[in-house]
Design a protein around this ligand. Structure first.
Ligand code: IPE
Ligand code: IPE
Ligand code: MG
Length: 261
């Protein structure tokens, strides 16, 4: 945890009535928060706007979520930006999203440098349109030496595809004699997932009220606490984030054991 209390206080000045920084225990901030950013389309439709405007507005929420995570001293923030199933959307919307990913990343690289954030991708980014893939690799290269928070962006990510990919790798290793079948354990599987080396999420936030995982981190969320808010992603701000952390701190995590043992 790399929390600067003074910066954090300044960032969380002017609280609304129901939540303030005093409602969270700064000594028990989750290490890894993951977010399913949902509701951009509904946000736009409710305003009589094209869905694309919701995605554009969602970028501002994402920038704020990154800054909030840095201020709170998280080790990892991961977000679900585009699923393997999202290719089913109208071509125009897919094109807009791919364009938005590339332009946003280029624009936000200075923020990653300033905050010492290391970028990572979850998903098959080499199957993305050329420019988007190129910019993503550039982002990886340029932030590789950063030692602060890890920001993991799930794009062209599907959990079942990820697990199948890990299984293929294991099969190859076994077939080549590099791995014994008895060594295929949870660690060997975890090391072949896109999240290799990252701690499992402590807290999963899903915006816009949907009570499902939509093929996200099925393996990694085994003991994660879930927080679902009706707030649509473009309306999700630092205060919503704090409400989620406060709710998380009110949970009793047992990991299959008994409280207090
Ligand atoms: C989430 O918002 C963004 C992506 C999946 C890319 P949606 O576009 O799913 O918004 P809704 O769910 O239609 O409101
Ligand atoms: C999940 O949202 C994927 C992302 C947020 C990227 P969707 O909007 O695609 O999920 P469903 O279709 O409602 O399950
Ligand atoms: Mg959605």
């Amino acid at each position: 945890m790399r929390l600067d209390p003074q910066k954090l206080r300044a960032y969380y000045a002017d609280p609304p009535q129901d939540i303030s920084l005093d409602d969270v225990d700064l000594g028990r901030i989750p290490s890894h928060v993951s977010i399913i950013m949902d509701g951009n389309g509904r946000w736009a439709t409710a305003r009589g706007l094209d869905r694309s405007r919701g995605h554009v507005a969602g970028v501002d929420s994402l920038r704020e979520a990154v800054t909030t995570s840095v201020r709170l001293g998280l080790d990892v923030l991961s977000v679900y930006a585009f699923s393997t199933e999202n290719w089913r959307r109208p071509q125009r919307e897919v094109d807009l999203l791919m364009h938005l990913f590339a332009t946003t990343l280029v624009k936000e690289l200075p923020l990653f440098h300033q905050e010492n954030v290391r970028l990572r991708f979850l998903g098959d980014i080499d199957a993305l349109p050329d420019r988007t893939a190129r910019v993503f690799h550039q982002g990886l290269d340029e932030t590789a030496d950063h030692t602060g928070m890890t920001f993991a962006l799930a794009v062209n990510y599907g959990s079942r595809a990820e697990i199948a990919r890990a299984a293929r790798e294991l099969a190859r290793d076994v077939a080549a004699g590099r791995l014994a079948p008895d060594d295929v354990d949870e660690g060997a599987i975890g090391a072949r997932l896109y999240t290799a080396g990252l701690p499992d999420p402590d807290l999963l936030i899903r915006t816009s009220g949907e009570l499902r995982l939509s093929n996200y981190l099925l393996w990694q969320l085994a003991y994660t606490e879930f927080y679902v808010t009706d707030t649509l992603w473009p309306d999700f701000d630092r205060w919503e984030f704090l409400r989620a952390v406060a709710a998380f701190q009110g949970r009793s995590r047992r990991f299959g054991g008994v409280v207090g043992s």
